[in-house]
Structure formats: structure tokens, C-alpha cells
Design a protein around this ligand. Structure first.
Ligand SMILES: Nc1nc2c(ncn2[C@@H]2O[C@H](COP(=O)(O)OP(=O)(O)OP(=O)(O)O)[C@@H](O)[C@H]2O)c(=O)[nH]1
Ligand SMILES: [Mg+2]
Length: 469
């Protein structure tokens, strides 16, 4: 039996870049040739891709970890390391991605939508790239950047055109199994259905031999007090948030505990408590189990908001209701204004192919590429409780990622680069005083107001905290 899972966590780790190489040409007649260390390869990115072949997040329960390939380090003779392959992780269409602090970072609502979840580390340049007239034998190369690594919360909101809401036992599952191929369990007790089911409904379009289709969802029953957690609570209502139409199913049988009017009132008020926008959503109120309405000639109570009465057992009223739903859907799809609190849905199409280069392939297919840049590019400076000034930012961290800082030449190079990036100015602005300890990645130096060592203000005191390689 398949398990429906609509919440999961995922850990994405992009590939680390490959480091640049330090190497010198060796020739028989020459003692020491010029630098020929090649660049490393880029680390692979990790993308999430909405795949209509997936229907639940269950795979992430057992396998939350996804890692792209690392780039290969550079070699001598200017050999470049190979790039790490990107990784595409398939998620169901309708997956909403949140940061661990709860903010939505991406909504993969269309089949084939891709999103960059973790960016591969940039490669390091080999020492061949640091050759200048003044520096004939650079003994340093760039280290590579680590691939991004982060946890996300995934949440699945099913994409149905029509969602059936109603009390337990109202006949929701019987209805969906009558009008589609979905086969949820049906039984004469409440809370038979514990997970949402989707079914595709085919309706004659009006043109002979031609059919329209739409997706209908059977959601576990809600009861009065669901908003306060009674019964199964309201958590399944997230799956109706994107439905274009709500089909409110009322039990018309003599077995119903409440009158149709009370049922309608109660369901609408639970919907409102979950999300007030749901009351603005087009809806159709339908009375079900109407073949069981009349017991020995009793008066059957009704409510004038009930537009159709149906029986999923005898088939009474079903075709008319489907016809009406189809017409309502066409109307909704034509209207240009988006539904409040939702995005319109499409019938999931066939399987997608994973694009080689996501941005190119995806835009060619008219899909949505959502690119997310989690790491800020600018410089940030914070003072720790022990008084140390910590400088961070992608480019800054990159500048100190070099092999061998013990070398004076290397320290000068790093120092100048930090200065060019504006670290000196930023430190001054952040209130740095002479003698303050500054930390950038695993490199530390002592701050002195510029002038003391023109052009390379930090080099004299620069050292690496722990040796990294
Ligand atoms: N006579 C008759 N019985 C029906 C009809 N629709 C459903 N039933 C019966 O009503 C009972 C409940 O039907 P379900 O389809 O399981 O109800 P549900 O709304 O899915 O219930 P939960 O999953 O518990 O929320 C079952 O015994 C069905 O056979 C109908 O139109 N006529
Ligand atoms: Mg059911």
C-alpha cells in the first residue's frame, strides 16, 4: 500500500569545487619552469524539479539526503579538473519549499518547474593564473569553495480542480470512485478516508466524441470543531487551498445527524477558520445519499443553497452535477483574475525529462525556473562576544581560500584583494580599532588603520587558524 506523505524534510548538499593546483613545469634542461597548475572543476548544483510522476513526499522520509558530485582538483600541465555533475531531485508537482524558519522560498506548482536549492562550490584557480611580471613563481593556488548545504521543509499541496469537502460518511469517497478511476476505501463509519485521493473525471465537452477532463480530490472528512483539532483537524484542508472549486457535500440521508442547513453552516465556518479566502472560492453545494433521504414518507428537510441532489449508488443527478462543475471550471479558467489565495491548476501532464541544463531546457519548454541565491554576495561584519570582528560574504571568503598563507607573497596577495573588495572600509565603518582581531573564514589578522602597510594593510599579521590541507 502506498503511504501518502505530505510533509518531509530534505537535506541538499551541492558538490564542493575542486582546488587549483600548484605545479611547475619540469624540463630536462631547466631547473624550474614556469607555473603550470590547472584550475579545479566546479561543484555540481542540486536542483529540485517538479515531476508529475511523483505523487507524494514519502521517498524523503527514508532518504532525506541528496548530494551532488564534487568538482575534481586541477593538475599539473594546466590540466583542469572536471566539473561535478548537477543533481536533480524529483518532487511532486505542488511542492512548496520552506526554509527552516518557515518562510516560503519556492513553490513548484507546474510540471517541470525547477529550482536551485544548493549551489555548487566555485573551483579554485591554479597557480598558472597568478603569474605576473612581478611574481614569476607563484607558490599558491586558490582553494575551492564548499558546495552549499542546507535543510528545507517540503510541503505538498495537491493540485485538484475540484475538491470535495464534507463530514465523515457523507459519501465523498463513494462519489469519487463513481466518477473517476480513484478507488479509496468506502465504509459505513466515519474517518474511513485518512489520506487525500485524486481522480480524473471525463465529461462530454459538448462536441460529439470530445471530452473535457478535470481532477477531483477526495479529502478526509472534517467535523465541527476541526479548527480546534477535533477529528483529523484541518491539516488536510491545505490540499483544497489550490482547488478552483469547492464541492461541499451534504448528507441528505435520514441517517444524517444534522439538518442540511446546519451541515452547510458548520462546514463553511470550519473552512473560514482555516482560511477566510476559501469562502470566496467558487463552490457548489450538493446533497448526497438522496436515495436514502426518504424513510417511510417522512418529510425530507432541505436547504435552498443545495443546487443538486445526487446518489452515488443509483447514479441519480451525477451527470448533471459533473456537467455543471465542468462549466464552472471553464468559467474560472477564462477569468483572468487569480483566485484569492491560490494559483490555478492544470491537469498533470505526462512524465518530464530531466533537463541537462535546467535553465535552457526549462525555458524552451515554457517552464518556470526559480533561481534562488541563498548566500548573500555583500560584506557583513559582526562583532562576537569576545570582541573579534568576523567578516563574511561570498567573495570575501573566496579571497582567503588560498593554499599556503605562510608565504609572504601569498599573504600580500590576499591582503590586497581584501582591500580591493572594500573590507578595510567596511571594518572602519563597523568601528574597528587598532589592535582588533579580525577573522575571515579561517584566516585571522590584526586590524591597523591604513597607511601603516600601504596597499596591503593586513598582510603582516596574517595567519591561518588551523592548517586546512
Ligand atoms: N445508499 C447510498 N449509500 C451511499 C451513497 N454514498 C455513500 N453511501 C454509503 O455511505 C457510507 C459512507 O460512504 P463513504 O464514501 O465512505 O463516505 P466518506 O464521506 O468518504 O466518509 P469518510 O471517508 O469517513 O469521511 C458507505 O457505506 C457508502 O456505501 C449513496 O449515494 N447512496
Ligand atoms: Mg471517505
Amino acid at each position: 500500500m502506498s503511504v501518502f506523505v505530505d510533509e518531509a524534510q530534505v537535506h541538499l548538499k551541492a558538490g564542493d569545487g575542486g582546488a587549483g593546483a600548484v605545479s611547475f613545469r619540469r624540463e630536462a634542461h631547466e631547473d624550474k619552469g614556469g607555473p603550470d597548475g590547472g584550475d579545479g572543476g566546479k561543484g555540481g548544483d542540486v536542483w529540485l524539479v517538479a515531476d508529475s510522476g511523483r505523487s507524494s513526499l514519502v521517498a524523503f522520509r527514508d532518504h532525506p539526503f541528496h548530494r551532488a558530485q564534487d568538482g575534481v582538483r586541477g593538475g599539473g600541465k594546466r590540466r583542469h579538473g572536471q566539473n561535478g555533475a548537477d543533481l536533480y531531485v524529483a518532487v511532486p508537482v505542488g511542492t512548496v519549499v520552506r526554509d527552516l524558519d518557515g518562510s516560503v522560498v519556492c513553490d513548484l506548482s507546474g510540471s517541470g518547474d525547477v529550482w536551485l536549492g544548493a549551489r555548487g562550490g566555485r573551483p579554485g584557480r591554479g597557480n598558472a593564473r597568478f603569474l605576473t611580471n612581478a611574481r614569476r613563481a607563484p607558490r599558491f593556488a586558490e582553494l575551492a569553495e564548499h558546495g552549499e548545504e542546507r535543510w528545507y521543509n517540503l510541503e505538498l499541496k495537491l493540485l485538484a480542480d475540484v475538491a470535495i469537502v464534507g463530514f465523515p460518511n457523507a459519501g465523498k469517497s463513494t462519489l469519487i470512485s463513481r466518477v473517476s478511476a480513484a478507488k479509496p476505501r468506502i465504509a459505513d463509519y466515519p474517518f474511513t478516508t485518512l489520506e487525500p485521493h485524486l481522480g480524473v473525471v471525463k465529461v462530454p465537452s459538448g462536441v460529439p466524441g470530445d471530452y473535457d477532463d478535470f481532477v477531483i480530490a477526495d479529502i478526509p472528512g472534517i467535523i465541527p470543531g476541526a479548527a480546534q483539532g477535533r477529528g483529523l483537524g484541518l491539516k488536510f484542508l491545505r490540499h483544497i487551498e489550490r482547488a478552483s472549486i469547492l464541492l461541499v457535500l451534504i448528507d441528505m440521508s435520514y441517517m444524517a445527524d444534522m439538518s442540511p442547513t446546519d451541515q452547510i453552516h458548520s462546514i463553511l465556518s470550519e473552512l473560514e477558520q482555516y482560511n477566510p479566502y476559501l469562502l470566496e472560492r467558487p463552490r457548489l453545494i450538493v446533497g448526497s445519499r438522496v436515495d436514502m433521504a426518504d424513510m417511510a414518507g417522512t418529510n425530507v428537510p432541505t436547504d435552498n443553497r443545495v443546487e443538486f441532489t445526487i446518489s452515488s449508488v443509483t447514479g441519480q443527478g451525477i451527470d448533471q452535477m459533473l456537467f455543471r462543475l465542468n462549466a464552472m471550471l471553464k468559467e474560472v479558467r477564462l477569468s483572468t483574475t487569480a483566485l484569492p489565495g491560490s494559483s490555478s491548476s492544470n491537469l498533470p501532464s505526462g512524465g518530464i525529462s530531466i533537463p541537462e541544463s535546467a535553465s535552457v531546457a526549462a525555458s524552451a519548454l515554457g517552464h518556470h525556473v526559480v533561481v534562488h541565491r541563498p548566500m548573500p554576495e555583500g560584506i557583513t561584519i559582526s562583532r562576537d562576544i569576545d570582541g573579534v570582528l568576523t567578516v563574511s560574504g561570498r567573495d570575501v571568503l573566496r579571497a582567503v581560500a588560498l593554499t599556503g598563507l605562510d608565504d609572504v607573497d601569498t599573504a600580500m596577495y590576499v591582503s590586497r584583494k581584501l582591500d580591493r573588495l572594500g573590507v578595510d572600509k567596511a571594518l572602519k565603518k563597523a568601528g574597528a580599532r587598532d589592535g582588533d582581531l579580525v577573522r575571515v573564514g579561517d584566516v585571522e589578522f590584526t586590524y591597523y588603520d591604513e597607511g601603516s602597510t600601504a596597499g596591503a594593510p593586513f598582510s603582516a599579521s596574517m595567519r591561518r587558524k588551523q592548517s586546512s590541507e
